[in-house]
Design a protein around this ligand. Structure first.
Ligand code: SF4
Length: 220
């Protein structure tokens, strides 16, 4: 695995402990559905469906660990990342490093599907940008997501709005993790159709079960 050189991962006062580090890929789970995040990362549930299996095949292809130089740009694949400030750990599919003054770091994430209106994929890319910024003491103003289904690369501006959204997701996901909380299913059912955890989650059963609501009400 290629690694960007960065600060020493040992902990010191004020920094997260190793157990506090969140996987960057988990942020996308949280953004998609907090319950999905909790089932995978707290309850350790996992189930394959066509979408997750295709995603794994794609990443096996991408995870070549090859480094390539084309002109001023070096392409590094499967790069390890870490942010001590935000307590993040993970890997990015590709980083393009363009020699210049200053050097430009451009993260690229590969996704199985197609571009989405929602910010799930962008949040993951933004978290990668946070790590690069901390490890290289630089600024990453943009990156890209390559979508397999449409064979197209979408540019992503890492603006303040996306940064704030990503910080919120990191904070909220960590809160669930630290407190071992699994939220109720999403109110909207549309995301459940593509969710690999639908059988484990049983969203319809939980939605129709009034026990939780009853217990909350008698506790008031
Ligand atoms: S089935 Fe629906 S509510 Fe349950 S984890 Fe998946 S997306 Fe979330």
């Amino acid at each position: 695995m290629t690694e960007l050189s960065g600060p020493n991962p040992s902990n010191s006062t004020g920094l997260p402990t190793v157990e506090d580090y969140l996987a960057i890929s988990a942020l996308q789970h949280y953004a998609y559905c907090p319950r999905q995040f909790a089932l995978i990362h707290i309850e350790q549930a996992w189930a394959e469906n066509r979408f997750t299996a295709e995603g794994q095949v794609l990443h096996q292809r991408v995870d070549s660990h090859e480094t390539e130089q084309r002109g001023k740009v070096r392409y590094e694949r499967s790069v390890s990342l870490m942010s001590h400030e935000l307590g993040l750990i993970g890997k990015m599919d590709l980083i393009e490093i363009e020699t210049g003054s200053p050097t430009r770091y451009f993260p690229v994430e590969y996704k199985r599907g197609k571009p989405k209106i929602e910010e799930w994929d962008k949040i993951q890319l933004c978290a990668q940008a946070f790590c690069i910024e901390e490890m290289r003491e630089t600024t990453v103003p943009d990156g890209a997501i390559w979508y397999w289904e449409v064979r197209r690369r979408e540019s992503v501006v890492i603006n303040e709005q996306l940064r704030n959204l990503t910080r919120d997701v990191i904070e909220d996901a960590r809160y669930l993790l630290k407190n071992g909380l699994t939220p109720a299913p999403l109110a909207t059912k549309s995301r459940c159709r593509a969710c690999s955890l639908k059988d484990i989650c049983q969203p319809d059963t939980f939605r129709s079960d009034k026990t939780t609501q009853y217990v909350a009400e008698i506790g008031e």
